[in-house]
Design a protein around this ligand. Structure first.
Ligand code: UDP
Length: 153
């Protein structure tokens, strides 16, 4: 089991709808460790860096407008296979197609305004963490829960 980091964004709708606490609670209850967190306003430049694979797509102007429309919360979590664990917790891109029990499935009906971003691979995670955080902002610490929630199997 690889210990991975994932970059999570609680998007402007999560902040506006006061759902940050709910979502962070889900991540913590799962056993993921918070190792960096900050609130910020995404600029157009930052959005283009983050979503470089989507910049040329027809939906990008709307995505840019949405992601820059208000503050977001950027988080780095760590845990065994954290990238795929977070992706599973998020649900599908479109809230209408996301299973109940997932974050998008429980709280949204939109394909664009979908509450949360999570890295889609370990390499993407490292790239995205570097966009949002300085190296010294990503912490490393032991937690007495690690042996219980991250036990090898
Ligand atoms: N998005 C959109 N329209 C689309 C596809 C994606 O507005 O047709 C937005 C949506 O907010 C999504 C983000 O672009 O979360 C990134 O798209 P991706 O396909 O990477 O989805 P994700 O990995 O976030 O599920």
């Amino acid at each position: 089991m690889a210990l991975e980091k994932s970059l999570i964004l609680l998007k402007p709708d999560a902040v506006q709808r006061r759902l940050c606490g709910e979502i962070i609670t889900r991540l913590e209850n799962k056993g993921l460790k918070l190792i960096a967190m900050k609130m910020l306003q995404v600029t157009k430049e930052l959005a283009a860096q983050h979503y470089e694979e989507h910049v040329e797509k027809p939906f990008y102007p709307m995505l840019e407008e949405f992601i820059t429309s208000g503050p977001v919360v950027a988080i780095v979590v760590e845990g065994p296979e954290a990238v795929s664990v977070v992706r599973g917790m998020m649900g599908k891109t479109n809230g209408r197609e996301s299973a109940p029990g997932t974050i998008r499935g429980d709280f949204g009906l939109s394909r664009q305004v979908n509450l949360i971003h999570g890295s889609d691979g370990p390499e993407a995670a490292l790239r995205e963490i570097g966009i949002y955080f300085q190296a010294e902002e990503v912490l490393s610490y032991k937690s007495s829960l690690d042996e219980w929630v991250c036990a090898s199997d």
